[in-house]
Design a protein around this ligand. Structure first.
Ligand SMILES: Nc1c(NC[C@H](O)[C@H](O)[C@H](O)CO)[nH]c(=O)[nH]c1=O
Ligand SMILES: CC(=O)[C@@H](O)COP(=O)(O)O
Length: 168
């Protein structure tokens, strides 16, 4: 289903675990900061709405989306008590193929972090053709992908917790 057929900000709290006992990390790219700050606010507000405590949410900034890989890796290593991490970025097509390489690189890098380490990293990186598409998806007409990412982070934190129960 394309985003245009699904509002990114809609969620049913009855289907989401309470986040009061979870601790979250958010790594935010500074490229297209007007977009990434909107994504961050959407994620932060959704965490609080679902019961998270603001003191249990840690934020780091990185220069660009490509640096989300290293930033999330260091956050996994530095805060082993985190239950989930969100990687927030906004990549917008320019004149060259650089867009393709940044998008593919950060996608593969974050995928690898989910395979190699135990703290889930949620992919909240917009890869848009133009600024309007990014505006529409960071609190505009299509909702906020940051909100969607926070809900995914809560659900993955719960899955991770449940999986440890069965292992013990
Ligand atoms: N053009 C965009 C970039 N480019 C920068 C890279 O992410 C990276 O910081 C640089 O190549 C140095 O390693 N980053 C974005 O997040 N968004 C863009 O639109
Ligand atoms: C995603 C990018 O790195 C891109 O926006 C940079 O723009 P350009 O391809 O015109 O150099």
């Amino acid at each position: 289903m394309a985003t245009e057929n699904k509002n990114l900000s809609q969620y049913d709290k009855a289907t989401i675990p309470n986040a009061k006992n979870f601790r979250f990390g958010i790594v935010v790219s500074e490229w297209n900061e007007n977009i990434t700050q909107g994504l961050f606010q959407g994620a932060f507000d959704a965490f609080i709405d679902c019961g998270a405590i603001k003191e249990n949410i840690v934020r780091w900034n990185v220069p660009g989306s490509f640096e989300l890989i290293y930033g999330c890796k260091k956050m996994q290593e530095s805060f082993d008590m985190l239950d989930a991490i969100i990687a927030i970025g906004s990549v917008i097509q320019g004149e060259t193929k650089h867009f393709d390489f940044v998008c593919e690189g950060v996608t593969q890098g974050i995928k690898d972090l989910n395979i190699q380490n135990d703290i889930p990293v949620i992919f909240c990186v917009l890869t848009d053709n133009n600024m309007q598409q990014s505006i529409d998806r960071s609190g505009g007409k299509h909702g906020n992908k940051g909100t969607e990412a926070a809900i995914a982070a809560i659900k993955m934190a719960q899955l991770r917790k449940d999986s440890k129960f069965y292992k013990e």
